[in-house]
Design a protein around this ligand. Structure first.
Ligand code: PAF
Length: 282
């Protein structure tokens, strides 16, 4: 496996793969990789001959009060894990390589509707940052397929829409959330939790499952269910940001007639913000 840091080197490598008729897969990440990321690489490996994993902590998607500076950078460990998982090439560019004119002068991609609400409401500008960098990565790598985790449900919806709307010829593949034995969704941010916070964190998934169970039993009073879920999170020691029951496709608040629902949650443990979601059909 090779690691390159510049677009020039990346394009030279990709040119030669393309000349050999290889199918190219892309797995964009921000590094500090865990089992969840590795499952994305494995999925990409199934659908493509070459897997390009990108490692770039994208400053455009972090708010000014967020954890950009403390976000873990673990390139050597990440490379070892990617090599073992079957990634062919790692692209780990600097900020200057991606945004040579600086963030303020960068052209941006705005994805309406699905970017609104949920994390879009709590993190203004976040999805603009994600949509912009993912569009750039699609243009840099020009992959046949790209794999993203379903753990970031709203992000996946944003990426699917921008791909469709901008007619980018890439197949976007969603990959199921990987969980710890106690149900906590794997996340780079789990490493920020103290032992005590880590013991509380599985309540997030338990609350999602309990709420889904209530809906399956026929409850349609979504606003009350959201309130109950927020209370359960608070009682366990979390600070809920939101718990929303949404239409799986539009991400708008669910109505009693909707059959495909997604429950989305974000909650703080100390300063660490964790997200998770659960989709159900009824
Ligand atoms: O999910 C992530 O790690 C990031 O949002 C992504 C898709 C790599 C864009 O920076």
């Amino acid at each position: 496996m090779r690691t390159v840091h510049t677009l020039k080197e990346l394009r030279a490598m990709l040119r030669s793969y393309r000349q050999q008729g290889k199918r190219i897969g892309l797995v964009p990440t921000m590094g500090h990789l865990h089992e969840g990321h590795i499952s994305l690489v494995r999925k990409a490996r199934e659908a493509a001959d070459i897997v390009v994993t990108t490692i770039f902590v994208n400053p455009m998607q972090f708010g000014i009060t967020e954890d950009l500076d403390t976000y873990p950078r673990t390139l050597q460990e990440d490379q070892d894990r990617l090599d073992a998982a079957g990634s062919t090439l790692v692209f780990a560019p600097s900020n200057e390589e991606i945004y040579p004119q600086g963030l303020a002068r960068q052209t941006r991609v705005v994805v309406p509707e699905v970017s609104e609400g949920h994390c879009g409401a709590s993190r203004p500008g976040h999805f603009e940052g994600v949509a912009t960098v993912v569009t750039m990565l699609f243009n840099m790598v020009q992959p046949d397929i790209a794999v993203f985790g379903e753990k970031d449900y709203q992000q996946l919806a944003v990426i699917r829409k921008l791909t469709r709307d901008l007619m980018i010829p890439v197949e976007v593949i969603g990959s199921p959330t990987v969980r710890e034995d106690d149900g906590l969704a794997k996340s780079s941010r789990n490493s920020f939790l103290t032992e005590e916070q880590r013991a509380i964190a599985p309540v997030i998934y338990r609350t999602l499952k309990n709420t889904a169970e209530q809906i399956r039993k026929g409850r349609n009073d979504f606003v009350t269910l959201e309130k109950e879920a927020n209370e359960a999170l608070s009682e366990a020691g979390l600070r809920p940001d939101y718990f929303n029951i949404a239409n799986s496709l539009t991400l708008k608040p669910a109505s009693a007639e909707d059959t495909e629902l997604t429950l989305l949650v974000a909650a703080f443990l100390g300063t660490t913000r964790l997200i998770d979601n659960l989709s159900i059909s009824r």
